[in-house]
Ligand binder design. Sequence first.
Ligand code: FCB
Length: 442
Amino acid sequence: MTFSHKRSDFPEGFKFGTATSAYQIEGHSFGGAGRTHWDDFAETPGNVVRTENGAVACDHYHRTDEDLDLVKGLGVDAYRFSTSWARVIPDGTGAANPEGLDFYDRLVDGMLERGLEPHATLYHWELPSPLADRGGWRNSDMPKWFASYTEVIMGRLGDRVASVAPINEPWCVGWLSHFMGIHAPGLRDIRATARAMHHVLLSHGRAIDVMRGLGMKNLGAVCNFEYPQPIDSKLESVAAAERYDGYYNRFFIEALFKKQYPEVVLEGLAPHLPLGWETDFDQIARPLDWVGLNYYTRKNIGATDAAWPSLEELEGPLPKTAMDWEIYPDGLHHFLTRLAREYTGDTPLFVTENGLASYDVAMNGAVQDPSRLNYLESHLDAVKRAISEGAPVKGYFIWSLLDNYEWALGYDKRFGLVHVDFETLKRTPKDSYKTLALALNR
Ligand code: FCB
């Protein structure tokens, strides 16, 4: 096992951080949070492993100080967290929950007291159920509702956060949740997908306006990217991989930076987009101060005869993580350089999520997780290469601080630098945590 990186190898001011999200760690049954579509989705048999949900999760709601001490102990500069809409406004619209606002207030102050920069995300997937009842992301009122929520939460925290992104991973909110049915609300419907993808972008733009109106700075967007590898060199496989690249990697960033949707995606989605979508790009593409990339893996893509997008994901030959995701650091280098070259120019880039799940066991107060260190080592190499080629990469956040609720896969997939025993909720820093803490001090 090697870990050769040290802080001093990175440019002056480069930020290291770690990331979590609200529903995955807080414990949504505490503190007056409202019901979310993840609670509904999880309660329906077949959606989530063992029908697990985020009711308790890591009980971060009650262990905030202990967890922030762990962030501090890691030696990072920054902590990326999210605020839960349903904790802040339990019905999605209307009255705020004072306990929820107080919680995030304490959380942000806790970071500042420890010298950690708070990097906030406003939506990391726990939609209040009353909004899901009204069609959720399919509803064209979503941008309005999301703007009101933004006003409430940032009216409270906006003077103290280091950066904000409105929505985590629009692809997951749109495609994974409405086309593939893998995340809440679990739909498999092309029309719902097209609408959700468009409304997510409009909501993003509206939230940016609200925060600019509050005088806030350092506003960005966080998108996820997967390297599309054609399964072979046949023309049809290459074309299938281009379609995948279109709806996964290009759709959102192209709307945000070029005010258009890729042709290869419009081939399938155009008939299903909401009326007048062509005139919405000014509202979507508000100027941004930074862009975050979440990157984990590549997908091997082949063509099929099925309906558009007429493709399938096939098993690839590379070593895999516990998620069965291939380990492919070149993909991270690809997206950092490609974004700078084709879309974002000089806009600062951050890797806002990167990490792996492994089958970690706590024994005698220690957890050996060499595969995590290898993964981080190789992906930090890719970041360094991108920087040396001129990509303006300004920071790197590891997913995740704690083992947590990995959505449809429940609590089995352990992404944490810190092990969590979900019976006792005891935290045990893994070997990767200890090695990183040393590296970040060098
Ligand atoms: C990302 C999500 C995050 C976590 C990681 C593994 O897509 O943003 O919540 O599930 O994947």
